[in-house]
Design a protein around this ligand. Structure first.
Ligand code: 26Q
Length: 830
């Protein structure tokens, strides 16, 4: 069997071996002469791939363990990894598609059915989790020594159903039929303690005696590179009781009591984001975070020592990256391991910790900044709390020394918030402990140091930086859009597959109408496939010649799906009032497509989902529109649904209130798939416009500085609405029940909220949004000009590859620090 060296793609013998493995795995199902079910074929294909991936894993680890002083191993800690499906990526990376298709044909099974049989691994909410998954792909491609670390939740993000337009949440039982990809790693396990008390030893050292001890078991998910044999690993932890069964109790016939410890351990594994409306739910979330952090860092330290490196080198040989503050306990846990388990002194341990840790912030929303009551730490993590107090004490001493007499500053920057019932501020801990802190797009990074982290940025100016997000072009172009990929190969060669910046070669060809036509026919095919799915799943017929106008993302007020709906209602009313269209030119047919989940406790977001459904029901059934306007809400948004929708989009809606969307990554996926963007001057959309050329992006609305000024000087939404009769008509229709005739008051409060408060400035941006949508219509009526604009958009998207993003992290955030002797004052190393 081919040993798949870490430098080569799968060769012919490797393919033969894979096919043999596949046949063997499938034989159990075909032996009875029946056609194997798609799920069984998936399992067999995954087993075959896993054999080769395991070999690549071993080769990769052996190589990474020997890395020199110039390279660190990166440990990417994240509570979320939104991996989606894996089979298509694996067979693409292993060059297995032709052989697999041939095999499947012999059994009368289609590859498409097998791919569809795979459940999404949806162990994340949205952007932050999907970014982590894209990064793993780039870790592999760039050949970086890395480990992704997460939790192996039994149920992922809930499955969304719609009943009469209302979101219902069902458990996402993604492991129901087993998980074909991740494999348990027997022998890799660590004990994680909770609760109990801390004792002082005679020599002054501290000893933590946890009351509860859980065992973390490792499951590895291997992510292959496409161009070579390197792989990345996602290691996910599952909790188990140290003593899963109380045998004596069982023998006494107390069966339920005998399993109580395991049941308690299992609650930690159950769900991503336990409902945080109860104290029990919040404690569980903190416990999950601590479990992830402790197991991962114990694994890191064990590996570091196994590589034969001294502890003093730990921070130089390893980077620990915090994907937002959710794993921000990491510095406290690393300190605990170094101090209590390995006997280092405080200063040396702190120097190592500071070298290792870096933190990415993904949101400026104050309500998303994590804080935990001190009493929860006392109850669950008493030793960590001691360590945090000491870190804080040293930090605040330094602040007082550098800025004498400013106790207000001390209170603002303290890791402990003393004003809201004593809470631990996780972002403060992350900033104080980190070598680098970055935002995820230029504007976001700028606002980060001007707002939430302004004090820290003054104290540690060199610590803050920006790395603009990117997405993996393997999944988000090559795999989800084979038609466009083939077109690109023939137009500019296939170098873009290795280096996305090669897309810039399209700029010189954007005016070629023949290329534009081929682009349009690729788009049409994707739209037909999506239209067929909409017909099949929702029974709604949509016109594939209409402009597909798409907004898919988490439902959140700041993302302004409601602004989109206001435009739809306005268009509906205008079409009825003026069937001939603006200036008698007719209406450009549109299909508005929405998808996204609302957090289960987020009533306002759920109301938006319901309103979309209600509006769609009225509009889609109105014969006067002659099919020129449709509104479709596709349920259960996730990675796989995004892969189906994005290639079919003509227009990408990125319409957050300026200053609120940290980056956005969907914006990038759409532009890479030949959609034009209508968007506000926000997040990474700004940089997209800069790379593409502002003339080819439909930018509208107030910019972040104008938003801030308007809010500061007094925004009066009711006055704004009163100036615009067309907007008033829209609000009245919604508020008076035009779309909810059975319950006319259903949306009264929603409309009053807009008129009275409108915190996300929908009404202020409405007129410009509508006018810009008219410009979209006009361009769509000119296919030659539209296609040229699409090509110029594609030409500018090379920058937004996650390969570039990760290369920037490697160069500016994870590069090894210079040798640093431990210092007396722990903060001096800042
Ligand atoms: C907050 C408090 C307590 C517990 C959990 C949380 C919490 C959970 C999830 C806070 C934030 C999140 C997720 C944030 C997220 O997905 N942010 C998105 O990150 C993307 C990747 O950087 C950006 O592109 C998006 O703009 C940003 O919204």
């Amino acid at each position: 069997m081919d040993t798949a060296p870490a430098s080569a793609p799968a060769s012919a013998p490797a393919t033969d071996a894979l096919v043999a493995l596949f046949r063997r795995a499938l034989a159990v199902h075909t032996a009875e002469g029946r056609q194997p079910p798609a799920r069984a074929v998936l399992q067999a294909a995954a087993e075959a791939c896993r054999g080769l991936l395991a070999e690549r894993w071993a080769t990769t680890q052996a190589k990474d363990a020997k890395r020199g002083a110039g390279q660190r191993r990166v440990h990417y800690l994240s509570m979320e990894f939104l991996m989606g499906r894996a089979l298509r990526n694996a067979i693409a990376a292993l060059r297995l598609e032709p052989a697999l298709k041939e095999e499947l044909a012999r059994h009368g099974v289609s590859l498409a059915d097998v791919l569809e049989a795979e459940p999404d691994a949806a162990l994340g909410n949205g952007g932050l989790g999907r970014l982590a998954a894209c990064f793993l792909d780039s870790f592999a491609e760039l050949g970086l020594p890395t480990f992704g670390y997460g939790l192996r939740y039994r149920y992922g993000m809930f499955a969304q159903g719609l009943q009469d337009g209302m979101q219902v949440e069902r458990p996402d039982d993604w492991q129901r039929e087993g998980t074909p990809w991740d494999v348990e790693r027997p022998g890799i396990g660590f004990v994680v303690g909770f609760g109990g008390r801390v004792e002082a030893e005679a020599d002054g050292t501290r000893r933590w005696l946890p009351a509860e001890r859980l065992r973390a078991r490792a499951f590895d998910f291997i992510v292959p590179a496409h161009g070579h044999g390197h792989v990345a690993t996602l290691r996910q932890w599952e909790a188990r009781a140290e003593q899963p069964i109380d045998f004596a109790a069982f023998c006494r016939g107390e069966h339920a009591a005998a399993g109580a410890a395991q049941l308690a351990a299992d609650t930690l594994n159950w769900v991503l984001y336990p409902d945080d409306s109860t104290e029990e739910g919040r404690l569980l979330r903190l416990k999950q975070e601590a479990f992830l952090v402790s197991a991962s860092l114990q694994d890191l330290v064990a590996r570091h020592l196994a590589e034969g490196r001294p502890l003093s080198e730990l921070g130089r040989a390893n980077a620990i990256h915090l994907n937002d503050t959710h794993p921000a306990l990491a510095p406290a846990e690393l300190m605990r391991l170094l101090l209590d388990e390995h006997g280092l002194g405080w200063d040396e341990a702190w120097a190592i910790t500071r070298q290792a840790v870096a933190y990415t912030n993904h949101t400026l929303m104050p309500e998303a900044l994590e804080t935990w009551p001190v009493w929860m730490f006392e109850r669950l993590l008493p030793r960590h709390l001691e360590i945090i107090y000491r870190i804080n004490h040293a930090f605040l001493s330094e602040v007082r020394e550098r800025v004498p007499g400013d106790e207000a500053l001390v209170r603002r920057v303290s890791i402990i918030d003393e004003e809201h019932g004593r809470r631990v501020r996780m972002a403060a801990l992350a900033v104080v402990a980190s070598q680098r802190v970055n935002g995820v797009a230029k504007l976001h990074s700028q606002l980060m140091v001007e707002t939430i982290f302004a004090d820290y940025a003054r104290l540690f100016p060199g610590r803050f930086t920006n790395v603009t997000n990117g997405v993996t072009p393997r999944r988000w172009l090559q795999q989800c859009n084979p038609g466009l990929s083939a077109l690109l190969d023939s137009a500019i060669g296939d170098e873009w597959r290795r280096d996305l910046s090669a897309l810039s070669a399209l700029r010189g060809k954007a005016g070629d109408p023949a290329l534009g036509q081929r682009l349009a026919s690729v788009k049409r095919a994707s739209k037909q496939a999506l239209a067929a799915r909409i017909q099949r799943e929702l029974g709604i017929a949509v016109d594939t010649d209409s402009l597909f106008d798409v907004q898919i993302k988490r439902i959140h007020e700041y993302k302004r799906q409601l602004l989109n709906l206001l435009h739809v209602v306005h268009r509906y009313q205008a079409m009825l009032a003026n069937p001939e269209g603006p200036e008698g030119r007719g209406w450009t047919p549109r299909t508005v497509i929405l998808a996204g989940k609302a957090a289960s406790a987020y009533a306002a977001a759920k109301q938006i989902v319901r309103l979309a459904h209600d509006i769609g029901r009225v509009i889609n059934a109105d014969p006067r529109l002659e099919g020129r306007l449709k509104l479709v809400f596709l349920p259960n948004y996730g990675v796989s649904l995004a892969e189906a929708i994005i290639p079919a989009a003509d227009l990408s809606e990125q319409i957050s209130t300026a200053g609120t969307e940290a980056s956005g990554t969907g914006n990038m996926k759409f532009a890479m798939n030949g959609a034009l963007t209508i968007g506000t001057w926000d997040g990474a959309t700004i940089e997209m416009a800069q790379h593409i050329g502002e003339a080819d992006v439909f930018v509208f609305g107030l910019r972040a500085d104008a938003v801030a000024t308007l809010k500061a000087t007094g925004y009066d939404p009711r006055w704004v609405a009163a100036q615009q009769p067309a907007l008033m008509t829209v609000l009245e229709a919604i508020g008076n029940g035009a779309f909810s005739p059975g319950e006319p008051g259903r949306y009264r409060a929603l409309v009053d909220g807009l008129l009275n408060r409108d915190p996300y400035l929908l009404l202020a941006d409405f007129a410009d949004y509508v006018a810009t949508q008219s410009r979209v219509d006009a361009l769509y009526r000119d296919p030659v000009a539209w296609n040229a604009a699409v090509l110029r958009n594609l030409a500018g998207m090379g920058f937004f590859s996650a390969d570039r993003t990760v290369a920037e992290y490697a160069a500016h955030i994870w590069s090894p620090p210079p040798a640093m002797p431990p210092r007396a004052d722990p903060q001096r190393n800042a």
